[in-house]
Write a protein that binds this ligand. Structure first.
Ligand code: UGA
Length: 316
């Protein structure tokens, strides 16, 4: 890979991936639309270091502006991370925006890649939310898709449109279903980011539901590694779970956080917005076999890194 396009390069996972590509000597074209799902300042901070790199060109625009001839010139791999993320905000009127950013923009990207003399490899970011609440011990990629949020519905539709382009045209698209990614730069609406900040301010932690819901939390550099491996080894149409090292209940994560911060979290339980999956647990065998993917960062270590970043920001 000599030149890559990263959509959503100012976001949480996108900025880490861009940094890694640049470190590996890849030329990167980055696009980010700064859609207002959260603080622009946070996204600018994500870009601060990358932005200075001579092999990085940045386009501050949404994909819908469609300057594909410029963006895709000589690109061998597209990493498609631009999206409107977040499970809990996808109800009501905002659904139309989710459809636009997650489905329509992806179809435009696929169509543009198809028009290239040699279409690039395309690695698309999907989500464990396509499964909804998981049954059984672990969930593999053939499990039924039963999203429980409008966001999950848009991610399922996004996968379907990708699969259609693979089947009809052999477009080299692969999809990664991330399982609740965490680590430095995590989106401010996500649980760990909020919990750390609430505890640092001495506030009560707001837990939705009873805290017994569980997740297969995945550290951000493991998600980045999965992208690089997929670009190299995936077969068109492949879909991979990208999970962490273990499933854990939210309440147990809070106790690890408390230990790291040397305090006992004070918790308020609330009815959260609808759309929350009660359980996610990834079977990553397929990613292991085909890609050689193996999560490397244990939850305790990953939480330490995230806490260190949040502490350093609150000082600065
Ligand atoms: C996350 C991302 O937000 C989605 O974009 C992504 O697609 C999804 O992971 C996925 O991997 O499929 P979620 O699992 O809800 O969704 O991640 P968090 O926001 O970190 O929430 C984890 C759990 O903590 C949820 O049960 C949530 O209800 C709970 N939570 C969240 C709280 O109890 N309190 C909060 O303040 C925030």
């Amino acid at each position: 890979m000599k030149k890559a396009l990263v959509t959503g390069c100012a976001g949480f996972i996108g900025s880490h991936l861009t940094q890694r590509l640049l470190n590996d000597g890849v030329t990167v074209i980055g696009i980010d639309g700064f859609i207002d799902n959260y603080d622009v300042a946070a996204k600018l901070r994500n870009l601060a270091e990358i932005g200075k790199h001579p092999a990085f060109t940045f386009h501050s625009t949404t994909l819908q502006t469609g300057r594909w001839d410029i963006w895709l010139e000589n690109v061998d791999v597209v990493f498609h991370l631009a999206a409107l993320p977040g499970v809990r905000n996808s109800w009501g009127k905002s659904f139309a925006d989710y459809v636009s950013h997650n489905i329509l923009a992806t179809q435009e990207l696929l169509e543009a890649c198809l028009q290239r003399p040699k279409p690039p490899v395309i690695v698309v970011s999907s989500s464990s939310s396509v499964y909804g609440t998981m049954q059984g011990t672990v969930t593999n990629e053939n499990a039924p898709l039963r999203p429980v949020s409008p966001y999950g519905v848009t991610k399922e539709a996004m996968e379907q449109i990708c699969s259609v382009y693979v089947k009809a045209y052999g477009l080299p698209v692969t999809m990664l279903r991330y399982f609740t990614v965490y680590g430095p730069r995590q989106r401010p609406d996500m649980a760990f980011h909020r919990f750390f900040r609430q505890m640092m301010k001495g506030e009560e932690v707001i837990v939705y539901g009873d805290g017994q819901q569980s997740r297969d939390f995945t550290y951000v550099t493991d998600a980045v590694e999965a992208n690089l491996l997929a670009a190299q080894h995936a077969v068109p149409g492949d879909i991979f779970n990208v999970g962490g090292e273990r499933e854990i209940k939210l309440i147990d994560v809070l106790s690890i956080m408390g230990t790291l911060m040397n305090l006992t979290p004070r918790i308020t339980y609330q009815n959260g917005p609808a759309g929350d999956s009660l359980r996610t647990c990834a079977d990553i065998q397929f990613a292991q076999q085909r890609l050689g993917y193996k999560p490397k960062v244990a939850l305790e270590e990953g939480l330490r890194h995230q806490l260190a970043e949040i502490r350093s920001q609150s000082k600065g």
